[in-house]
Design a protein around this ligand. Structure first.
Ligand code: FAD
Length: 306
């Protein structure tokens, strides 16, 4: 049943008509729990509240189904505007983005040029930009673009590696020459067994393996998970191997396990919350429901409230 619901939500997340309709009607059906707002001002307010509690942020201006150059350029401008607002307000936040938002499916050159504009702004502000990792079809192109931009912009840029992919251990070995700042995640997309571990247990084991590999390499890790088993295993590993607190951070999503977020921050770990905002919230919201169909109960309740 749970796997059926997961597939249904992942299917719905790709529905363009539903996406367009959702945009018209604004944040609904409990999406506000996972999305900070439609406007940058609302996002900055959410960041400030988190900062006040000792939690730092990565902001994501949501965008799905980019199919024209104009849309990709518009998206690039939103990213720069987000960096401008972070600098102007003085909040502690960096930026996360997706390469398809910036035109990766239209042309590599368009995407590269948009990324350069964003990274120039980030460098000016001494800030940091992380490329989120999308589905397997975009994996190699994302890694390749990251390598080029890392050479041009140094430590201003970071990437994400997904534990469910068989290739990730090898990717981390290859990427080590760049001393990359990597966010390590389990992986959020539906991938076939030809490329990804089908069993959760194998994903979890590989996740721990690549976290330890990356930390032992001496490179910076953003460990993005809500899973206590993984978090506890990281805590034990860093203690046993004298990994300094400055070499890693924990990350969680806005609205998910907020008490656990606070507890990690209070324990002295760097805790960064991924805060999405914008009117293109529908696909992101559906993917969050796919991850945890138990949240559907909460959504149904909020439908009756609104
Ligand atoms: P799971 O195995 O899903 O869950 C483990 C346990 O965590 C659960 O048993 C439960 O106790 C708790 N939990 C999980 N979800 C919830 C919830 N909604 N409410 C309450 N408890 C919960 N994926 C990508 O493919 N690319 C990315 O770029 C990417 N970036 C991410 C950035 C951040 C900051 C985070 C946190 C995740 C990101 N992900 C990304 C998603 C990631 O790949 C997983 O799909 C997602 O984090 C769920 O896996 P999990 O590690 O939390 O563990």
């Amino acid at each position: 049943m749970e796997s059926l619901m997961r597939n249904a939500f992942l299917f719905l997340s790709k529905n363009r008509t539903a996406n367009r309709t959702a945009k018209k009607y604004g944040l609904r059906f409990g999406a506000k729990r996972f999305v900070a707002g439609e406007q940058i001002s609302e996002a900055i307010t959410a960041v400030r509240e988190l900062n006040d509690r000792g939690i730092v942020v990565t902001l994501d201006h949501l965008g799905e189904f980019i199919s024209t150059t104009d849309e990709a350029v518009e998206s690039m401008k939103y990213c720069i505007r987000t960096l401008d607002e972070i600098a102007a307000s003085g909040v502690k936040a960096n930026l996360s983005l997706k390469l398809t938002q910036l035109g990766l499916d239209i042309s590599r050159d368009l995407c590269l040029s948009n990324m350069r504009s964003i990274l120039e702004a980030a460098s000016r502000y001494d800030n940091f930009v992380r490329i989120d990792m999308e589905d397997y079809a975009h994996n190699e192109a994302s890694i390749e673009l990251f390598c080029q931009l890392r050479e041009e912009f140094g430590s201003t840029i970071g990437l994400v590696i997904q534990a469910y992919l068989y290739k990730s251990e090898e990717d981390i070995t290859k990427l080590h020459r760049y001393q990359p700042n990597l966010r390590l995640v389990k992986g959020a997309y539906k991938e076939p067994p030809e490329v990804a571990f089908p069993k959760k247990e194998d994903v979890d084991n590989n996740y721990i393996r690549i976290i330890e590999q990356h930390l032992k390499n001496g490179d910076y890790a953003a460990i993005a998970t809500h899973d206590d088993n993984i978090i506890n295993s990281v805590k034990t590993f860093v203690k046993a191997n004298n990994i300094p607190l400055s070499q890693f951070e924990f990350q969680m999503l806005y609205g998910i396990r907020t008490q656990a977020q606070q507890q990690l921050a209070d324990e002295g770990y760097t805790m960064r919350v991924y805060v999405p905002y914008g009117d293109d919230w529908y696909g992101y919201f559906m993917r969050r429901l796919a991850e945890r169909p138990a949240n559907v109960g909460f959504v149904v309740k909020s439908m009756f409230k609104s």
